[in-house]
Design a protein around this ligand. Structure first.
Ligand code: NDP
Ligand code: 2IT
Length: 443
């Protein structure tokens, strides 16, 4: 029999100074251990949990590059190859000064379960660098990406490990990374996803995480014979995920009242429109300048959106951006659904409050899986040398999100009828990986 406290002690001892990784493991094994003890003593005997928390491989490397003043700069690059039981390692690259091994291990760990939930044959990985893209020139970004790939190329491949974007890595960076990979390997192959539409990319990949999030939220409301029309939504972040989440929410008739970034929250009491979003996109990180044009909006400096009354909250910025106090305020204000576009945006204490209040809480590994799902579809298109239409990809994305929702119900529906999406996603994502690991022997 596995014991939760002993297991967490074991993980903490083996991974000192990795609070985010420990947080992610805790949130998953709290659901898995009772399930394994009850239904799968074979997994305990095979030490599946001890194996699944141990990355198959962790690569760290030096990244040196010259800035625009010809000064030598030194950064650190990483790739965490977490689990390849069901397919090649797959997961994004994050460029941010906050990147460290704890954060990349938590992201890679979450990715294993998320990728399994998509139903596609993709394992889990994550990587990145402590490089700060903010304030860098286009040429500096290019030189950094080239230097980063000059080491990373030997560890990845279309059937080995397929990175993509994450915070600080968008289509521009994927372009520079791909260009350098192709130059070194002399091989035009689907080694990265999120590529440009003219050179192997998939339609809907830029939109996929945000759109998929709203498809998942729609499934939650469908279950209760409700829909998103007129629902008030608060969103954090103003990057890739937040932007397309807002766009789809508006298209589905909801009223989106906030977007945010690390400088504060933009609050538009009348709600954003597609036209307002298009204007916001021209402002870059200076989202506070939005209020110059639209008088219905105010900028709440250094504030998060969680104190504002809403029906649905969509954290789409970063990990641990929504704490216990925020969760209590959302519940007190009548919020009925929290769905995560970001990875691990809610602290474990906040999650406990959502579950206790029995509001619909959709964890990132289920709700934001649309991005990696369309990455998986991009890999398929590359493998067969085709490019599918917008409609075809969007239809498949909807079906994948719907199926993830079904998996969550399968393993997360409680006797009272409440759906514990966290438990459903944790167990639903785990079973397939555990079975594959068992079948492949002690490796
Ligand atoms: P982007 O770099 O496009 O945007 C990130 C946004 O979050 C920016 O608005 C940024 O503001 C804000 N942000 C970052 N850190 C903080 C912070 N500490 N406090 C407040 N705001 C912050 O990244 P993505 O939109 O791609 O990623 C957002 C989240 O979604 C991440 O958790 C990522 O792991 C997750 N995700 C991304 C997927 C993808 O396909 N891109 C797929 C699934 C999940 P600022 O510019 O001021 O830093
Ligand atoms: O967190 C995520 O799922 C991503 N950053 C997307 C990963 C991918 O391979 O598309």
């Amino acid at each position: 029999m596995l014991n939760l406290k002993d297991f967490l002690g074991y993980v903490a001892d083996r991974n000192p100074n990795e609070p985010e990784f420990l947080q992610a493991v805790t949130e998953v094994v709290e659901d898995l251990i009772p399930h394994i003890n009850k239904f799968h003593p074979d997994y305990a005997q095979q030490k599946i949990l001890e194996r699944i928390v141990e990355p198959e491989r962790v690569i760290t490397f030096r990244v040196t590059w010259l800035d625009d003043n010809n000064t030598v700069q030194v950064n650190r690059g990483y790739r965490v190859q977490m689990n390849s039981a069901i397919g090649p390692y797959k997961g994004g690259l994050r460029f941010s000064p906050t990147v460290n091994i704890s954060i990349l291990k938590f992201l890679a760990f979450e990715q294993v379960f998320k990728n399994s939930l998509t139903g596609l044959p993709i394992g889990g990985g994550k990587g990145g660098s402590d490089f700060d893209p903010k304030g860098k020139s286009d040429f500096e970004i290019m030189r950094f990406c080239q230097s980063f790939m000059t080491e990373l190329y030997r560890h990845i491949g279309a059937e080995t490990d397929v990175p993509a974007g994450d915070i600080g890595v968008g289509s521009r960076e994927i372009g520079y990374l791909f260009g350098q990979y192709k130059r070194i390997q002399n091989n035009f192959t689907g080694v990265l996803t999120g590529k440009g539409i003219q050179w192997g990319g998939s339609y809907i990949r830029p939109e996929a995480t945000g759109y998929g999030l709203l498809y998942f939220v729609s499934s939650i409301f469908d279950c209760n014979n409700d829909n998103l029309a007129g629902k008030v939504i608060t969103i954090s972040g103003a990057g890739n995920v937040a932007y397309y989440a807002a766009e789809k929410a508006i298209i589905l008739g909801a009223k989106v009242i906030t977007l945010s970034n690390s400088s504060g929250t933009l609050y538009d009491i009348e709600g954003f429109t597609l036209e307002k979003l298009a204007h916001l996109a021209t402002l870059g990180r200076d989202i506070d300048r939005f209020v110059d044009k639209y008088k219905s909006a105010v900028f709440l400096k250094q504030q998060t959106p969680w104190h504002l009354p809403c029906d649905i909250a969509l954290p789409c910025a970063t990990q641990n951006e929504l704490n216990e106090n925020d969760a209590q305020q959302l519940i007190d204000n009548g919020c009925i659904c929290v769905a995560e576009g970001a990875n691990m945006p809610s602290t474990n204490e906040a999650i406990k409050l959502f579950l206790k209040a029995k509001i619909a809480y959709a964890p990132g590994k289920a709700a934001n899986a649309g991005g990696v799902a369309v990455s998986g579809l991009e890999m398929s298109q590359n493998a067969i040398g085709q490019q599918w239409s917008i409609d075809k990809v969007d239809t498949r994305l909807k079906a994948i999100m719907h199926n993830i929702h079904k998996s969550c119900i399968r393993y997360g529906k409680e006797e009272c009828g409440y759906i514990n999406y966290l438990k459903g996603a944790n167990i639903g994502g785990f079973i397939k990986v555990a079975e594959a690991m068992k079948a492949q022997g002690v490796v």
